[in-house]
Design a protein. Structure first.
Length: 231
């Protein structure tokens, strides 16, 4: 009798158990965390590669600049005024948000872009609204893309920006120290190199990105290991 057997037949339903649902959610969470980690790693690797490439490009531009001016970009103002590029020292300064970073970076931009050169008007505001073409004063040694420059609300260029949104570091502190050391050696051949004559890492210039690390007084030597640098 079909009707009787139909009533006696056990009804079954398909549904996930609580354990199965929790297992699926855990797997999804693990996969999502892996995607985020891989994506973060890829972005970091791309940023490091970009910083390395830009530092090499700016370094090559500095070499071309040296060929015309017999020296690397270095701010040497008159009347004993502090130099932007001499006062920034990678041995001591690890906070790219400081004014000294921005000032030295802006000076480097002016020298390499053709926006201003020593002997023309290096004090005027850099305010190009597009990629520099080298026409205002003298020829440029490097073309800067818009995303390589940070600007203020007036459109004036503030500094050369690294992939982490901070200013690149550019220093001639080593050149200043080497120059003073040579002067002292002329007076006293036994003058030691340590102390006030030991600045920067190169006697020409130092260029670097802190790679997103902002030192607020911690171990600068440890932070510096993560920098992208020219030395």
């Amino acid at each position: 009798m079909p009707g009787k057997f139909a009533l006696m037949k056990r009804t079954t339903t398909s549904a996930f158990t609580l354990i199965e649902m929790l297992t699926v959610m855990a797997v999804i969470a693990i996969l999502a965390s892996l995607v985020v980690a891989v994506n973060a790693f890829a972005h970091k690797k791309a940023a490091l590669a970009r910083a390395e490439g830009e530092i090499k490009t700016y370094g090559a531009a500095c070499e071309n600049y040296k060929g015309d001016f017999a020296g690397y970009p270095r701010d040497i103002p008159p009347n004993g005024v502090d130099s932007f590029t001499d006062k920034l020292d990678p041995r001591d300064d690890g906070d790219p948000t400081k004014k000294k970073y921005e000032e030295s970076s802006l000076y480097l931009y002016k020298c390499l872009s053709g926006d201003a050169k020593p002997g023309t008007d290096a004090t005027r505001a850099a305010n190009r609204t597009d990629v520099p073409d080298g026409k205002p004063e003298t020829k440029g040694y490097c073309e800067f893309k818009p995303d390589q420059l940070d600007k203020n609300s007036k459109g004036e260029i503030k500094f050369i920006v690294d992939p982490w949104g901070n200013s690149y570091g550019y220093s001639t502190a080593g050149a200043e120290a080497d120059e003073k050391y040579r002067e002292e050696v002329q007076k006293n051949p036994n003058t030691p190199r340590q102390g006030k004559f030991q600045k920067g890492f190169s006697p020409s210039y130092d260029m670097w990105s802190t790679a997103g690390v902002i030192n607020k007084g911690g171990d600068l030597n440890e932070d510096r290991k993560r920098w992208v640098k020219s030395w």
